[in-house]
Each structure stands twice: as structure tokens, then as C-alpha cells.
Design a binder for this molecule. Structure first.
Ligand SMILES: Cc1ncc(COP(=O)(O)O)c(C=O)c1O
Length: 372
């Protein structure tokens, strides 16, 4: 009797063939499990398309919730999601970029960081630098709120108040770095490491949503915007980007209109965190190259404040007017009509960039001053 006609051999073959798909699925599942475990624990890369961050950087900032806003969805008549970066440890999205930048310098053996920031970037350097046991100095201009200086000092940063605006504080920071071979200068917005850190916002958004119709972000010096555009390019996300700022701090809007960087004679806005007199040229270049539509929005201080007040009522969170500039694109009827009426490809995501220069008293004061 040949092997093929032996009923026992035929039975064994049959059982083996039947179990092959199951064995394949099992192998597939276990390899997927292993991959995802690698992805979860690897601090340098997540997916092929996600930002490649310095070792340990992922642990220095929060992967923030993306929540659907019922009040805003109903107001806009389209699904609106909030990317809640106001929940970062330092109070703003800046933790993302500073995590990647500080972790990179830390890897290179740097122990001392000198930054110039009247607010949120300084708070982020202090927050991240403290976790890395780095020595942090922050030079702030005289316009910096006492509330922010107290927060910086409580994080262990050495604070120097110098100059009438950020540019003067920044000159001192650069001068100190020039004299100290152990110190590293930290720009609040103008460094590719910051942009790559900020680009993690897009990675998290695309992981959570199958399509994005538009993203709205505030623009000051352009660091956040550079990060968002970098993330879109890397993730091949052809979504409309709306960059918003207040009239008195419209260094991006004016540059966008003119086609080149402009320097404002000064900043005249309640949104002091957007107060860079000129934007990084990279923000303009990336905005021009962005596939998917791009718009520059400019709101009044009153529209930014109104957005902050309505946002606090709707979502129980306090944010700075700098963040209000982005929220105003949804809350203001005028801006909604101008920038959101053509969005059809998917939900609108508002980057709630946050900011620490706010409390209940300030909010009351702004309401009195701007909304009466
Ligand atoms: C709360 C907040 N939103 C937006 C911005 C603008 O960010 P960028 O200067 O990177 O454009 C800043 C900058 O400090 C900020 O603090």
C-alpha cells in the first residue's frame, strides 16, 4: 500500500493542513503583539511616520486627549475636536518641543540651559529641565506677569528680569551663553528640534481620527505652526491648516500677505505670548508648500478674549488669549464663516495650546476691559 493511500497518513495530512491557517494567524498575532510592545516602549520612534524623538523625550511630555466638543460642534455645524495641550505639565504645548530639544542636549552632555521667554516656553524649559536635572536660567522681560515668575522659580529655574521686551531679554540670554562654554541657548520657537517635538501633535491626531478636515493653530513666532506643518507632511495629511493670531501681533499674517518676513514695530495685543515681532521664515516656507489648503486668520483682542470666556464656560478650562486666537476661529461668527465654511473633508481640530498667564481674576479683568 502506497503512503498516499494509507488512511492514517491521509488523516495526519488533513489535520496538519487544517491547522495551518490557525498557526499562521497565531504567529501573525504574536508578532503584532511584539511590534506594538516595541512601539510602546521605544522612546526614539513610534510608527514609521511618527516623529523620531530623542531617547526619553516621550516621557517628558503628555500625550494629550482629543475630545469631541458638543457645544462647538453644534455652534459650527460640523464635528469639532479639541486637542487638549493645555493639559501639559507646564500648561502649554511647549512641553512637546522642549522635551525633544532638552533630551537631545542632555544626550549630548549639556547640563545648563539659558532661555529667553516671557512665559510659556520658559515654563516648559523649567519643567522639562527639572526632570532631566539640568540647570535652567530664564531671562524674562519686564512685562512678564509676577504669576509666571513665581511659577518659574517654584520649578527651580534661576530667573533674571531684563529689558522692556522679549528681544532685549533674548540679547542677554545669548550674551550669557556666549560667555559660558557649558551653557546651551534655548530659543522659545526657532529651533528644528522644537518643531519636531511639536509635530507629535499631528501623530496623535491621525492615530485617533481617520480623517481631518482642518486644524486650527495659534501662531506667534511660528514654532507651533512649523511643527504642525512638519507633522502633516510626514503623515501625508492633506488637511486645511488655519494659523490664527491677534491683530496687534500679526507678524505671520502680514508676512503671509507680503510673501516675506516682516518685522513689526512693536506688539500691541493682549495675547502677549504671540508677541514675536517677526516669524521664523521656515513657517512661511512650510505654509507655502503645504498640500491641503492654508489660511492665515487675524482676530481682534476682543474676539480672542470672548473665545477664552466662552471656552471656559463650555469646557471648564482657562486658557490664555494666545490660545483664544485659535478658539476664536470657531467661536466668532465672522471668522467661522470666513475659514470653516468650506471644510467638508472631515472634523475640525482646534489645537488648545493653553498658556499659564491666566487665572480667574485676569479672566474677569479681561471680560471687563474687552467685552463690555
Ligand atoms: C499659549 C501659546 N500659544 C501659542 C504660542 C505661539 O507659539 P509659537 O511662538 O511657536 O508660534 C505661544 C508661544 O509662546 C504660546 O505660549
Amino acid at each position: 500500500m502506497g503512503i498516499k493511500s494509507n488512511p492514517l497518513v491521509v488523516l495526519v495530512w488533513f489535520v496538519l493542513l487544517q491547522s495551518l491557517p490557525t498557526a499562521y494567524t497565531f504567529l501573525q498575532k504574536s508578532s503584532t503583539k511584539q511590534d506594538s510592545r516595541m512601539l510602546m516602549t521605544s522612546s526614539s520612534t513610534t510608527t514609521g511616520k511618527a516623529a523620531t524623538l530623542a531617547e526619553g523625550a516621550l516621557h517628558l511630555f503628555t500625550q494629550t486627549p482629543l475630545v469631541k466638543s458638543a457645544p462647538l460642534s453644534s455652534l459650527v455645524g460640523k464635528e469639532v475636536y479639541l486637542k487638549l495641550d493645555a493639559l501639559q505639565a507646564s500648561g502649554s504645548f511647549k512641553d512637546r518641543g522642549m522635551a525633544h530639544l532638552c533630551a537631545t542636549f542632555h544626550e549630548q552632555g549639556v547640563t545648563k540651559l539659558i532661555s529667553s521667554s516671557g512665559g510659556n516656553a520658559g515654563l516648559a524649559v523649567a519643567t522639562v529641565g527639572k526632570q532631566l536635572n539640568m540647570n535652567v536660567q530664564v531671562i524674562v522681560p519686564e512685562t512678564t506677569k509676577p504669576l509666571v515668575i513665581t511659577k518659574l522659580e517654584s520649578l527651580g529655574a534661576h530667573v533674571t528680569v531684563h529689558g522692556i521686551n522679549w528681544n532685549e531679554a533674548d540679547s542677554l540670554a545669548r550674551e550669557r551663553v556666549g560667555k559660558d562654554p557649558h551653557a546651551q541657548y534655548v530659543s522659545p520657537y526657532d529651533n528644528p528640534l522644537l518643531w519636531t517635538g511639536h509635530s507629535s501633535i499631528v501623530d496623535e491626531v491621525v492615530e485617533a481620527l481617520p480623517a481631518v478636515g482642518a486644524m486650527v493653530v495659534s501662531v506667534g513666532g511660528g514654532g507651533l505652526l512649523c511643527g504642525i506643518l512638519e507633522g502633516c507632511e510626514r503623515q501625508q495629511l492633506a488637511t486645511k491648516i488655519i494659523a490664527s493670531e491677534t491683530e496687534g501681533a500679526s507678524s505671520f499674517g502680514q508676512a503671509w500677505e507680503k510673501g516675506e518676513v516682516v518685522t513689526l514695530p512693536g506688539i500691541d495685543s493682549i495675547a502677549t505670548s504671540l508677541g514675536a515681532t517677526s516669524v521664523t521664515p521656515v513657517a512661511l516656507e512650510r505654509a507655502r508648500k503645504h498640500v491641503g489648503g492654508f489660511a492665515s486668520a487675524v482676530c481682534t483682542d476682543a474676539e480672542a478674549i470672548d473665545a477664552c470666556v466662552q471656552f471656559a464656560q463650555d469646557h471648564r478650562l482657562l486658557v490664555e488669549p494666545a490660545c483664544g486666537a485659535a478658539l476664536a476661529v470657531a467661536y466668532s461668527e465672522r471668522l467661522r464663516h470666513m475659514y470653516l465654511s468650506d471644510v467638508t473633508a472631515g472634523p475640525i481640530v482646534l489645537e488648545v495650546c493653553g498658556g499659564s498667564g491666566v487665572n480667574i481674576e485676569l479672566m474677569h479683568q479681561w471680560k471687563e476691559d474687552y467685552l463690555k
